[in-house]
Design a protein around this ligand. Structure first.
Ligand code: MG
Length: 430
């Protein structure tokens, strides 16, 4: 049984992620920790899963503090005061999904070792069952948002920008607009009423979901726009011309300002940062923010991130923190001025991405590996990346879907390299 994917336990509510499953995960987590803080995003199924999880935790003798509807980074930040943290969320997935993500005291997501421990307890049904007089107690934890906000405000300066914030009806609604106002900004909000149906837009902060944010930033002459996913561990931005900022550009924007010695990024990240940060050690990891966080912890890096919008500032937390990222971005634009000009000074290399349905990813990848062997400098950290003089090609199996993904970046030969990779993949998935 493999319960945990690259983003914790996630699936369709009441089909894959049921109260029975949550109860058992509660038994297992409650057997390992004496106290937990639990939070949830606004999904319609989150409360049901939370209650089942709490019952399991209490049954194992674990005390539970309920932090209510809060963002994932806020919950991860609160975990330092408890044995661990539990977040009921399906992040950027559509409304019908739900999930359970576990957080260490350090603010880092459970690593594979900790996940294996939970799975092993579940497999052997080896959880604790408390005596009647040792059953856990439930408390309310009302201070998580305030504590997280204050920690962020301690780190960033005042700002007086005009900012449009699109919370996607997700958990950020309870913190980001208020925090930016505290900084001194004039804030206009879009979709900032929590609603588990996500009526305003899909929760993933990709360009096609953010047309209202782009037009509102342009129409109001705002200095920038901010968008979050459903649980606000991600943040993406729109510049003062109403242009969506690509993930690779946003990553480079933060990296050049945060990096001192070392940063960590996944293997599908643009070469822009290698060119901009020639003297910085750049560790590449498997795709998934937990791998970036683990690596940052190991190399004591100053910054890490994924082009999907997950930005990790270890000085703040090892959890990707979309709220801190928003505040830090506002602080930078306040100091350095004109966001679009700052962005235009960062180069952009042509990138092409695609995904191909594939039922036997292992077999297909073996075939791709054979064909890739002579292409260039090969990296097999996650899928196969071939680095050539003038670009790179990455072919990797999706971590969550029956698909093979291709990413190509090259200044002069993007289409040509993509066509070559597509040809190899199409043959391999036959
Ligand atoms: Mg998320």
């Amino acid at each position: 049984m493999s319960l945990f994917g690259s983003s914790g336990i996630r699936g369709l509510a009441n089909k894959e992620i049921t109260p029975e499953l949550a109860l058992k995960v509660g038994y297992a987590v409650g057997s390992m920790y004496g106290s937990v803080v639990i939070g949830k995003d606004p999904r319609t199924s989150a409360e049901m899963i939370e209650h089942a999880m709490i019952a399991g935790l209490l049954s194992a003798g674990c005390n539970v503090a309920r932090a209510g509807m809060i963002p994932t980074p806020t919950l991860a930040f609160a975990a330092k005061n408890f044995g661990c943290g539990v977040m009921i969320t399906a992040s950027h997935n559509p409304s019908e999904y739900v999930g359970i993500k576990l957080w260490s005291k350090s603010g880092m997501a459970f690593d594979t070792g900790q996940q294996d421990e939970i799975e092993s307890i579940l497999e052997k049904s080896a959880w604790k069952v408390a005596q009647w007089n040792n059953i856990g107690k439930v408390d309310i934890e009302p201070g998580a948002i305030k504590e997280h906000s204050e920690a962020i405000l301690d780190k960033v300066g005042k700002a007086s920008l005009k900012v449009v914030v699109d919370c996607g009806c997700g958990a950020a609604s309870v913190i980001t607009p208020y925090l930016l106002r505290e900084m001194g900004c004039r804030v206009f909000t879009l979709n900032s009423q929590p609603d588990g149906h996500f009526p305003g837009r899909y929760p993933e902060p990709v360009e096609e979901n953010l047309s209202l944010l782009k037009s509102t930033v342009a129409a109001t002459n705002a200095d920038l726009g901010i968008a979050h996913d459903g649980d606000a561990d991600r943040m993406m931005a729109v510049d003062n011309k109403g242009r969506f900022v690509s993930g690779d550009k946003m990553l480079a924007f933060f990296a050049v300002r945060e990096a001192r010695n070392a940063i960590a990024v996944p293997v599908d990240t643009s070469r822009i940062i290698d060119d901009l940060l020639a003297r910085i050690k750049i560790s590449r990891t498997k795709v998934g923010d937990v791998y970036v966080a683990e690596e940052l912890n190991k190399i004591h890096g100053e910054f890490g991130g994924e082009p999907s919008g997950a930005w990790i500032f270890p000085g703040m937390s090892l959890c990707p923190d979309g709220i801190y990222a928003a505040a830090r971005l506002v602080e930078i634009v306040e100091k350095e001025g004109d966001f679009s000009r700052l962005l235009d000074s960062i180069p952009q290399y042509p990138v092409k991405r695609g995904a191909f349905p594939c039922s036997d990813k292992k077999k297909a990848m073996a075939e791709v590996a054979e064909r890739f062997a002579e292409l260039g400098n090969i990296n097999t950290l996650d899928g196969i990346r071939a680095d050539m003089e003038d670009g790179w090609v990455l072919v990797r199996p999706s971590g969550t879907e029956p698909k093979i993904r291709i990413t190509v970046e090259s200044v002069n030969r993007c289409d040509e390299l993509y066509a070559m990779a597509e040809g190899i993949v199409r043959k391999a998935i036959l």
